[in-house]
Design a protein. Structure first.
Length: 230
């Protein structure tokens, strides 16, 4: 009997591989069944505290993982619901490799985000055989985490990429600077007004009582819009 094992490809904490099934003919996929390792006490997904007791068990969910060779890898993960004394309620057991509300593992989500830096959402979805909405949601979560909230500290030059003149394809464009500062849902004059107000409010919070000079672009229609909003 061979002593080879696939466990090193799935270094997930507090879990053990129970079974694997590989489909060659039809979908070229592999299903890995994981169950909680009873040697470890479960952790609360919300606060990370050690569970006081197990509330119920026997739950299973399917997660998409990184491809292995030419096969899609699906994880059938068993998990428990626990009673958390810190949260004072029933919570889902924490998984070290995936969020409770997601259907992809952390490492697949990171791979999706890396691909989105060089490919479109549609191309990434086709390449990984995923729903474009899933790809977009994963990439958006990484961008929100990377850029965080608006920080006006040290801002000196402000460039606006697009301003829509009316509904449709009409707009004015200029090159984007090194780092995006604020990305609204749409580039209309209403959102520009909101942005200017938020910008100077945030600057006054960072440097209260001081006059901060910031250069604004005044090309074509932008000059009229900026002057009007100021």
């Amino acid at each position: 009997m061979s002593g080879l094992s696939i466990t090193q490809y799935f270094p997930f904490m507090r879990m053990k591989i129970e079974k694997q099934t590989v489909h060659h003919e039809t979908s070229r996929s592999a299903l890995i069944r994981l169950t909680p390792d009873q040697r470890y006490r479960p952790l609360c997904h919300d606060c990370g505290a050690v569970a006081a007791t197990v509330h119920s068990q026997g739950y299973r969910r399917h997660l998409r993982d990184l491809n292995l060779a030419c096969h899609q890898v699906w994880l059938e993960v068993g998990y428990r619901k626990i009673w958390c004394a810190e949260c004072n309620g029933v919570r889902v057991e924490q998984l070290s490799f995936a969020d409770a509300s997601k259907r992809v593992t952390h490492r697949l989500a990171q791979h999706i985000h890396d691909l989105c830096k060089f490919m479109t959402v549609k191309d990434v979805a086709a390449h990984l055989d995923l729903d474009p909405k899933t790809v977009k949601a994963v990439d958006k979560a990484f961008l929100e985490k990377e850029f965080g909230e608006t920080n006006a500290a040290g801002l000196r030059v402000l460039a606006i990429d697009e301003i829509a003149v009316r509904k449709g394809p009409w707009h004015y464009k200029d090159p984007i600077v090194e780092k995006p500062f604020w990305m609204p849902h749409c580039c209309t004059t209403v959102f520009i007004r909101i942005f200017i107000v938020r910008l100077f409010d945030s600057i006054m919070m960072v440097i209260p009582g001081r006059c901060v000079r910031c250069r604004l672009p005044t090309m074509r229609m932008k000059k009229l819009i900026i002057v009007k909003t100021m």
